[in-house]
Design a binder for this molecule. Structure first.
Ligand SMILES: Nc1ncnc2c1ncn2[C@@H]1O[C@H](COP(=O)(O)OP(=O)(O)OP(=O)(O)O)[C@@H](O)[C@H]1O
Length: 455
């Protein structure tokens, strides 16, 4: 293996036997034969090939079951490939899914020693680092309890503390971070950054587009065990999203499209160089655009009480339809409401929610005193909400609602939940943390420390 390559994966395939009935496993053991096979083959990885250079941080993305964890386990040597091989050059520390690495009967202290020994540290090195590992894990006296008594959060804390305190040449992280609490996750990301800055190689599995774009130099998209594409994180994440939100009927076609595009997104060319979907208008790298596959699957339409909402959409200020937005820019959320009966004191509303349903912000077209007094049957209204997209990269959902006074106060006369969705593009220049960007203007003054007299 070339000395500036940390990981080489060649023609790697993994086939799992699937037994339809529990006793078939036994029958296969006692009656294996060329004619009768008691299992079906499931191809979890199919002919995977890539290199990771020393010092690179590479993200692996893909839908559930695409083979990410299987790939990492083979690279770490905890699972054997069926064909091909994965070679690593250097000390590898891995944070794989829960359950791997620790012996549940041993205490945290014993597991730390065991793990660090497996990672190649001698006794004096382990003694020198033990306190740092325990401090990072911050699990108090649980360090002397068997790990079978740990919560999943404690387990991850300790596993991560070991993995990143042994000065690995190669760090492999499999999304396990999402188990820890937020403060701990932040501590871990800071530590991963420090390890990377010291020249280590990081291989990272994540479902979070923001994390991959933020942390990685390059990304690889796996789907159904196949390596569909590799390229810049922005490019690969955009293809991943295209696949993730594809209707089942189009998924196969979209996979083929992505595969045909091949390797993409050299940084100098910009994320979509040479791979534009011909059905979309030409755009520059940072342009917002419309992704036809970004369609909510959770839309709920309430029973109409005299008005009906249609054509909910987002556009640029110039009127171009979009749903992949640029943070910081202004957009218009609009819909049409058709009135089948006359309604009094009419107002229109909008709401933006996070993927978990958290209501982030909304607006109503008028105060109660300024509601439209009467809208006659047969009329239509075009409703527009202009807003600035002050949101973190990620996916968001939109509600739309029409309110009128039906005699007993305001009531919804039509309401659509998750009527549209949009994505905010990852932005590496972003300083804001969390979901909502308050347009904070940070400033830092470095103050020279006054030297004490005589020192
Ligand atoms: N030991 C096994 N026996 C049979 N099938 C397996 C085994 N381990 C994994 N698989 C199957 O291989 C496929 C890939 O699994 P893997 O865990 O690598 O996917 P993943 O991309 O990491 O998924 P997720 O994002 O849900 O963690 C899945 O369909 C899984 O059911």
């Amino acid at each position: 293996m070339c000395s500036d390559v940390a990981i080489t994966v060649r023609n790697l395939s993994k086939v799992f036997p699937i037994y339809d009935k529990p006793h078939h496993r036994f029958l296969q053991m006692v009656m294996p034969g060329p004619k009768q096979r008691w299992y079906r083959e499931f191809h979890a990885l199919k002919d995977i090939n890539f290199d990771v250079r020393r010092g690179e941080t590479v993200g692996i993305v893909g839908r559930n079951g695409s083979g990410k964890s299987t790939l990492l386990q083979i690279i770490c040597g905890t699972l054997a490939p069926t064909r091909g091989d994965a070679k690593v050059n250097g000390r590898i520390a891995a944070l794989l899914e829960l359950g791997t690495g620790f012996n549940p009967e041993f205490t945290g202290r014993e597991n730390v020693i065991l793990n660090a020994t497996v990672l190649g540290l001698d006794k004096s090195e382990i003694d020198a680092r033990f306190d740092a590992i325990a401090a990072f894990a911050d699990i108090g006296e649980f360090i002397d309890q068997p790990v079978k008594n740990y919560s999943s959060g404690m387990y991850v804390r300790l596993a991560f503390a070991v993995a990143i305190n042994v000065d690995p040449d190669i760090l492999i992280v499999d999304e396990a971070l999402s188990v820890g609490d937020e403060a701990f996750q932040r501590k871990c990301f800071a530590r991963i950054n420090a390890i990377r800055d010291n020249g280590a190689t990081v291989l990272f599995v994540s479902h979070s587009a923001g994390t991959v774009v933020e942390l990685c130099d390059r990304a690889i998209l796996l789907d159904r065990g196949e390596q569909l594409v590799e390229g810049t994180p922005k490019y690969v994440v955009s293809r991943y999203h295209k696949l993730l939100y594809a209707p089942e009927s189009r998924a196969r076609e979209i996979r083929e499209q992505i595969r045909a595009e091949g390797c993409g997104g050299e940084p100098v060319l910009g994320e979509d160089a040479g791979t534009r979907d011909e059905s979309l208008p030409a755009r520059t790298v940072d342009d917002e655009y419309f992704d036809p596959y970004l369609v909510p699957k959770s839309t709920i339409q309430y029973v109409s009480k005299g008005a009906t909402i249609h054509d909910a959409m987002l556009t640029t200020l110039a009127g171009r339809r979009v749903n992949v937005l640029h943070a910081g820019r202004e957009y218009v959320y609009s819909y049409r409401a058709d009135f089948a009966r006359s309604l009094c004191r009419v107002r229109f509303g909008m709401l933006i929610k996070s993927i978990t349903g958290l209501e982030l912000g909304g607006a109503i077209s008028a105060t109660p005193n300024e509601a439209i007094e009467v809208v006659d049957a047969g009329c239509s209204a075009r409703v527009r909400f202009r807003f600035r997209c002050l949101l973190a990269p990620g996916v968001y959902f939109l509600n739309a609602g029409v309110v009128a006074d039906l005699g007993e106060g305001d009531d919804f006369v039509d309401r659509h939940i998750d009527v549209a969705m949009f994505r905010v593009m990852p932005d590496s220049s972003r300083l804001a943390t969390a979901l909502v960007d308050f347009d904070v203007k940070p400033s830092v003054d470095l103050l020279r420390r006054v030297q004490a007299a005589g020192t």
